[in-house]
Design a protein around this ligand. Structure first.
Ligand code: PDD
Length: 285
């Protein structure tokens, strides 16, 4: 089965799919994106992902290239055409194609929309049972991390540093020694008294769709959640730590910079939240 990509209104064989050399996304990282997880042939949390996409577009003054309803239809079609069962859909919208100039083109140009789909096996049980290791890196990103922009060089370098040290993720630390989030995930800890802590929404972090889901079921179950910044020192003293993202769901973190968190094993809070997330995914069918 050949992979199919969507490029500006056309479904094309993945291997032939191309964009223009002067696409502003390519030359200036002038674009935004979304990653939607697909589970058992269904996209997860499409509504919140499209809502966030709309916000990102509006914050950088790029017009919707088509209606959200049309985009939803294309996502379903991409899942079918690619026979995707478990994996992800990547949606990218750039300002479009124009002669290179930092300022917006004077002439109205059409935003460029590209979509790819790819298989990704669900996180194996043994990974969840073992938990993942993270390292820390200075947060070198811009001051609008709430926009899901395609300019990801600091995230790329941080993730690569993690990979080089055999870690799953890099947690980014701001100038005040406080953790903002991971290179491509949100960061959470559970304090000694059982309070779940994650950084509040703001320009320093992405408003994760998975974060939002976890927050919602913590509110329902009256789990103790406090949204406030936390330091690396506090994270190292935590009882548990975990991360969230569309493709990772909820993953226990068992060490930071080589220091075990809690007893160095995945904790009950992280595992419980993961189980609850999986249940909600199953129930939303
Ligand atoms: N990353 N923080 C950052 C910087 C991210 O890039 C992401 C998502 C998240 C988690 O958000 P969500 O729960 O909506 O996936 C937090 C995606 C998966 C990516 O760039 O591949």
């Amino acid at each position: 089965m050949a992979r199919i990509a969507y490029v500006n209104g056309r479904y094309q064989p993945f291997a032939d799919a191309q964009v223009h050399i002067e696409d502003r996304g390519y030359q200036l990282a002038d674009g935004v994106y979304e990653v939607v997880a697909v589970h058992q042939g269904r996209p997860l949390d499409v509504g919140p992902h499209l809502e966030r996409l709309k916000r990102s577009l509006s914050e950088v003054a790029i017009a919707w290239p088509l209606t959200p309803t049309a985009l939803r239809l294309i996502l379903d079609r991409m899942i079918r055409k690619n026979r995707l069962v478990n994996g992800l859909i990547y949606i990218q919208i750039t300002r479009g194609v124009a002669r290179r100039d930092h300022a917006f083109p004077k002439r109205r140009i059409k935003p460029a929309l590209t979509i790819t789909a790819r298989h990704l096996a669900p996180t194996p049980d043994w990974v969840v049972a073992k938990g993942v290791r993270v390292i820390t890196q200075p947060d070198l990103r811009w001051k609008r991390c709430d926009i899901k922009a395609v300019g990801l060089l600091p995230n790329v370098l941080a993730k690569q540093a993690a990979r080089a040290q055999g870690a799953f993720e890099a947690w980014l630390v701001d100038e005040n020694g406080r953790i903002t989030e991971g290179a491509s995930t949100n960061a959470w800890i559970v304090t000694k008294n059982g309070t779940i802590v994650t950084r509040p929404l703001g320009p320093e972090i992405l408003a994760g769709v998975t974060r939002r889901a976890v927050r919602a079921f913590l509110a329902k179950s009256q789990g103790k959640l406090v949204e406030r910044p936390f330091t690396l020192a506090e994270a190292l003293q935590a009882k548990e730590a975990f991360l969230t993202s569309a493709t990772s769901w909820v993953l226990p973190v068992v060490s930071i910079d080589g220091h075990p968190i809690g007893n160095g094993q995945p904790g009950p809070v992280a595992l419980g939240l993961r189980a609850q997330y999986a249940k909600e995914v199953a129930q939303s069918r």
